[in-house]
Write a protein that binds this ligand. Structure first.
Ligand SMILES: [Zn+2]
Length: 294
């Protein structure tokens, strides 16, 4: 389908209201093919990934936006990550049998932490979303209204082949909007409230906008491609092992012959044997010159 893996941003011409539609298809299936999730976990993860993509479209940043849950309910861990390059990855862990339920029934008493990580050595931003309300769309809407004073509504839906989200946000008034269409935010909310999960899943972003806001003056920006990409690398694993320290790493190698690590997001395997370990920790020894120089 047209616009299969894209983020579409749009604004209403006569009032400070913006919106986005994200639609993940091959991207979403790439996340799913690496894990066998029960339907409830799958749908929850898909909604969070769509939400991460939508949120990342509302802010200017370089790096990763990470939504992470440590829950006490049947879903114990959930991570949805979107980079400023519009790549996503995600992961969920669960225990036991799991049935559809409200936000708190799925994740228990817990918080959702949103981190914006601009890369090594740079200041991270963190926000904490309390997991209240019926679903994550509601919880995020409340959070953005409270923390950013931006009225925001989200719609999220996922199945085995698509993760789709729509966001509408009332921006602060500017002089340019003074005296313009005061009623637009209310009207847009009412129109958007009629959207069904079925429509979100079956209509292309262009058709969805036509169906909902046909009478409104909209400016739709070019579709931005989204894709699946894991940010793991051999270098990152090497840094992790360096942080573990030589004793721990040499112990594992003595017991198991090598350190084998599988990335939980993409199933990529990394293996470090005794020779690799030597190289990792050799770099920590100061070069000879620095010992003799005074
Ligand atoms: Zn990976």
């Amino acid at each position: 389908m047209q616009d299969a893996d894209t983020l579409r941003r749009f604004i209403f011409e006569n009032a400070p209201v913006r919106g986005e539609i994200v639609r993940l298809n091959a991207t979403w299936r790439a996340v799913l093919e690496r894990h066998d999730y029960p339907p409830v976990v799958r749908e929850t993860l898909g909604e969070y990934l769509a939400a991460a993509a939508l949120l990342s479209g509302t802010i200017k940043y370089d790096g990763s936006l990470i939504m992470q849950i440590r829950g006490t309910g049947p879903i114990t861990t959930l991570v949805a990550e979107c980079t400023s390059q519009r790549t996503v990855r995600g992961l969920a862990k669960w225990v036991g049998e799991i049935a559809p339920g409200s936000l708190s029934e799925l994740t228990g008493a817990g918080n959702l932490v949103i981190t914006i990580d601009p890369g090594p050595d740079l200041q991270r931003y963190q926000g904490i979303v309390s997991l209240e309300g019926n679903n994550i769309a509601q919880a995020l809407g409340h959070y953005l209204e409270r923390s950013e004073q931006l009225k925001t509504q989200l719609w999220l839906v996922a199945n085995e082949s698509l993760a789709v989200g729509m966001l509408l946000q009332r921006l602060p008034d500017t002089a340019a909007h003074a005296g313009q269409d005061e009623d637009l935010w209310n009207r847009v909310q009412q129109l958007a409230a009629t959207v069904t999960p079925e429509e979100l899943l079956t209509l292309s972003p262009a058709d969805l906008l036509r169906r909902l806001f046909n009478e409104e003056d909209l400016r739709v920006f070019e579709a931005e491609p989204m894709s699946f990409r894991c940010t793991c690398s051999r270098d990152r694993v090497r840094n992790m092992l360096r942080a573990l320290g030589p004793d721990e790493v040499h112990d594992i190698i003595k017991e198991q012959g090598a350190v084998s690590i599988t990335c939980e997001y993409c199933n990529q395997k990394y293996r470090f044997d005794a020779v690799d370990a030597e190289q990792i920790f050799a770099a920590d020894v100061p070069p000879l010159g620095s010992l003799t120089r005074h």
